[in-house]
Ligand binder design. Structure first.
Ligand code: BGC
Length: 741
């Protein structure tokens, strides 16, 4: 019988209230802000809480009123702008703020640097499949350097929304279905963006978004309602936000959705109780785009004034876009609905971040660099190529890959030569003309005459003669590389889908090519997990290339040629069909679990005609080599709370190719206080082995990582037995047991 560790040990306490001590620079920043606030009028203070888009010098207020933004800057009634595409404009507006407003308070410029600035890395879901935390941090660092050179101070990234719903297009911006991996990636991105010195002209402020639980909209429809228990939220969704905050992110963004019935932008529990009081966040929160005003549509605010009243009192610092703060803030204070103390608090948090960015010291340090020296550095492009290759996931291969030298290739499909689509959604400062396509890279690798290109089809419609041309190319070739999937417009915000199969026009193309009898390699371009039963059945190999960014083409050439060995592993399960969604490895057990995938009894938790399991589980990914896992040893069969669980496993490369693999460790709390996931990822290691080599990996899991939120919301680990598995995906079979004392 299991005992629960009810005594809140020091360790468990640490886990639930991590409020860090304020650093010296934070204190200094607040001291500066407090001094400045004393000189500010009420309107100037509220101005710092207002963010606008510029729209060629004019913005429209909630009442349709047009504002002259330059005049607004002079008056101090705006403190920030977002998504400006021109360095000159940044400098021009900053000059007005610094030289022509009464107190010369600099503006802060935010921008969506989601997966790169000029150089686009693969979409975030893709790069999470590299499980390469250092690589992801370095990508964020490159993005920060390029952004700062453009004049950007602040990126609206990382997106920390855990999601297991591929109907929701924004899964492309996140790190998949797992909170543990998601937390490691979120923290790495914050470190990458912010570095050790926020005031450097090579770093930008990060933004933890979308707070909170934006990744779980009902039925996968973007902006839809979110409803879940606090227990579920804390255990599955909170970890990446928390990790990003602990890594020092200085801003956060409230989400569009409601949470426990209250829209996030007016949700005091989220933004004050949890974020500030519990997690110790000291930065500022910006609303998502017009999300303050949207509380009217949510049906929880009567009008813009009511919305501003709720958001200000909920501890939301900055109103993105609609202008309710600046329109109604003063009135609300005069009527006693929002205290000036609250305004001071909201304002000082904004000013402190501006101070920490070094903007008071030198408001023009961002955007002054020689951009030509900073952007598109050759070594960074090479790095983007590596990240893209590490992100791609080989799902099936009957031996057709890698291709033989001297092979003649028919390259077909709407993604094979589309500079824009391969970059994916949200490319900000990205420039499609800089993308190197699969076609260009293969022509370089194999010679132009050995690559017969035919587009074959558009994404959702046939093209006249397209199939016939593709078939002609296939007949002349040894192998068909078929680059199909979803366009960049079917990825990211507002791209929810109820069908997650490859669109019909492209399936017809596949069918026609299949009839030629040639070997077919499907290169699946997508920003989400998909139902690819059809492609798996018909193709000789399936490589998920995602939307791989600027350097996708060379990365694909590296992999199909065998110059590099695939090593990506899925971070989001590929469902068997959309009806299973959400399907993820860390689902909870039930009182009537299915004992095996083939068990047929009636009154158990299963579908009548469909498997419970996804087609490809979380963690899955093949290599040209064969990695064998054996000899799992639990080195610490009994561990005291506060100690470290140690598990070793032997890994061997039994194949002909050198390669990398990702060893994953999963645990299960056998008898817990609440229902728990079947398995939870608690450790992983990306390792390299030459053909024929082997080595022993040792995982060290601090027992604090076994803690979870209990029914009384306390965060602690349970004493008793835990199962542990290690392997190359979430179905890992090597098993051990340890006991937490
Ligand atoms: C998105 C945010 C983004 C913001 C600013 C919104 O529509 O949800 O993720 O940061 O726009 O562009």
């Amino acid at each position: 019988m299991k005992k629960f560790l009810f005594a809140l040990t020091a360790l468990a306490m640490v886990a639930c209230s991590t409020a860090p001590q304020m650093s010296k620079e934070e204190k200094e920043a607040f001291k500066f802000a407090d001094k400045l606030i004393k000189k500010m009028t009420l309107q100037e203070k509220i101005g710092q809480l207002q963010q606008f888009v510029t729209g060629k010098g004019v913005v429209t207020g909630p009442d349709g009123e047009k504002r002259n933004i330059e005049e607004a800057i002079r008056q101090g009634t705006v403190g920030s702008f977002l998504n400006i595409y021109s360095t000159e404009e940044y400098i021009h507006l900053q000059k007005i703020a610094v030289e022509e407003s009464r107190l010369g308070i600099p503006l802060i410029f935010g921008f969506d640097i989601i997966h790169g600035c000029r150089i686009q890395f693969p979409e975030n879901l893709a790069s999470s499949c590299s499980w390469d935390i250092e690589g992801i941090e370095h990508s964020a660092r490159i993005a920060a350097e390029e952004s700062a050179a453009m004049g950007i101070h602040w990126t609206f990234s990382p997106m920390c929304d855990v999601s297991a719903d591929p109907r929701w297009g924004r899964v492309s911006e996140g790190s998949g279905e797992d909170p543990y991996l998601g937390a490691k990636i979120a923290a790495a991105m914050v470190r990458g963006y912010q570095g050790d010195d926020l005031s450097s002209d090579k770093t930008v402020a990060a933004c933890v978004k979308h707070f909170a639980a934006y990744g779980v909209p009902q039925a996968g429809r973007d902006y839809h309602t979110v409803d879940m228990s606090e227990l579920m939220f804390r255990n599955r969704y909170l970890p990446p936000y928390k990790a990003a905050i602990e890594a020092g992110a200085v801003t956060a963004m409230s989400s569009f959705n409601d949470f426990m019935g209250v829209p996030a932008s007016g949700n005091k529990w989220l933004m004050h109780t949890l974020l500030r009081e519990e997690l110790g966040f000291t930065g500022f929160v910006v609303s998502d785009y017009a999300a303050v005003h949207e509380m009217i549509k949510h049906g929880t605010a009567a009008d813009g004034k009511d919305a501003a009243y709720q958001s200000m009192n909920a501890h939301l610092n900055m109103d993105m876009v609609r202008g309710d703060y600046i329109a109604f803030g003063e009135e609300l204070v005069k009527e006693g609905k929002v205290s000036e103390k609250t305004i001071n608090m909201l304002c000082r948090e904004v000013l402190a971040v501006k101070y920490r960015l070094g903007l008071f010291d030198d408001p023009f340090k961002y955007g002054r660099q020689n951009q030509d020296e900073v952007v598109y550095r050759p070594e960074n492009l090479e790095f983007a190529r590596e990240v893209a290759a590490k992100s791609m996931v080989l799902l099936t291969n009957n031996g057709v890959l890698p291709l033989n030298e001297g092979v003649k290739i028919a390259l077909v499909g709407p993604l094979a030569d589309s500079k824009r689509d391969q970059m994916g959604a949200w490319i900000g400062y990205g420039e499609a003309e800089r993308s190197v396509t699969i076609r260009e890279a293969l022509e370089k690798r194999y010679g132009k005459s050995n690559v017969l290109y035919a587009k074959g089809s558009d994404f959702r419609a046939p093209i006249k003669g397209g199939i016939a041309e593709a078939v002609r190319a296939a007949r002349k070739a040894d192998v068909v590389l078929l680059s199909i999937g979803l366009s960049y417009k079917e990825s990211g915000e507002a791209t929810s889908l109820t069908e997650i199969t490859v669109p019909e026009a492209q399936q017809e193309l596949l069918d026609a090519l299949k009839k030629t009898g040639k070997k077919i390699v499907v290169l699946l371009g997508t920003g989400r997990a998909m139902d690819i039963r059809n492609e798996v059945e018909k193709a000789d190999a399936v490589l998920v290339t995602w939307h791989g960014g600027t350097m996708e083409g060379p990365a694909v050439a590296d992999l199909v040629s065998g110059d590099k060995n695939p090593s990506g592993h899925l971070t989001m399960s590929f469902p068997y069909c959309v009806g299973q969604v959400p399907v993820h490895y860390n689902m909870k057990v039930t009182g009537r679990p299915r004992k095996s995938p083939t068990q047929k009894s009636k009154y158990i938790s299963r579908y009548m005609y469909t498997p419970n399991e996804p087609l490809f589980p979380f963690g899955y990914g093949l290599s040209y080599s064969e990695f064998e896992y054996s000899d799992l040893q639990v080195l610490t069969p009994e561990v005291e709370l506060g100690g470290v669980v140690k598990v070793s496993v032997k890994v061997a490369n039994k194949g002909k190719y050198d390669g990398d693999d990702v060893a994953q460790l999963y645990v299960r709390d056998v008898v817990a206080e609440t229902t728990r996931p079947m398995r939870e990822l608690k450790g992983f290691e990306r390792f390299s082995l030459k053909a024929g080599e082997e080595k022993v990996l040792t995982f060290e899991i601090p027992t604090s990582d076994l803690a979870y939120c209990h029914s009384d919301m306390s965060f602690k680990a349970d004493a008793g037995e835990f199962k542990v598995w290690v392997g190359a995906d979430s179905n890992a079979q090597l098993e051990g047991v340890f006991t937490l004392k």
